[in-house]
Design a protein around this ligand. Sequence first.
Ligand SMILES: [Cu+2]
Length: 300
Amino acid sequence: MFDKHADSLFILMRTIYTMSKKGRVMKKMFNKIKHSMWGGIWFLKPPDDVSLDGYRIDHVIHYTDTVITIFFGIVVLALLYFIIRYRDRPNHKAVYDRGDKKKYIVITVILGFLVFLSIDAVIETMSFKDLKEAFWNFPKDEDVVRVEVMPQQYAWNIRYAGADGKFATDDDIVSPQNQMHIPVNTPVVVQMAPYDVIHSFYIPNFRIKQDATPGMITTFWFQAVKEGEYEIACAELCGNGHYRMRGILTVESKEKFQGWLNELALEAQDTGEWDDWLSDDSGSDVGIPQGWGWPWNKEM
Ligand SMILES: [Cu+2]
């Protein structure tokens, strides 16, 4: 008799324990969802934004997410309403309706305009404002770091102007493949042209994604506000080795950046050949193009 009571007591305690544990797990899950929604209504936390103007892109995405979620909710509610309101039931006769009465046409046009004005028009306005104020508003001051980027199957080639400040000259500095360094709090202007096919220069932490199109030199700019190492990815499926196009963008102080450039310049003087110290790029079938680079396109 006592045993039986002990047993039920044990089962009860175990149940309470499991439930409380489950409760904690549920709470944890809930907190996680709440936390990830904090940055908008994304369920995944976006990468840290470490750029001057990345917040603009985030705003457009958050706005889009919010408005389309509202419209989605309205559509689902309307569907539910009509499903219940016009369901099949005794003594209910279905009536055929072409929906071409003036009233319906007016409602449809108004709804269409509502969608167009609250989604398309607003996003378009936000985007053009951002382009004008930031992304197409290239820095005019002298304190700018210029970089030439030439993606190829399957690596990133990065070039700096060197001491003379001019590209396509002997003192250009070419960094080891897939390694880009920039100074913090300084505008970086990039000119990019691919060696072979279409690639796309993507730095998620900066909200920058720019296609590299054969036959074109594309210019874009960004500015880092936080030091650190960030990922460069190719965002255009460019062939079998597409996944290998992973680069590292190092953001460091101006002094460190200058030091890194000087070191590369010295190394190049020692070997007399830019790409010698890349030849041990093990297992890579990347043929590094010789003598790439172009005089900086001032028109941009
Ligand atoms: Cu690529």
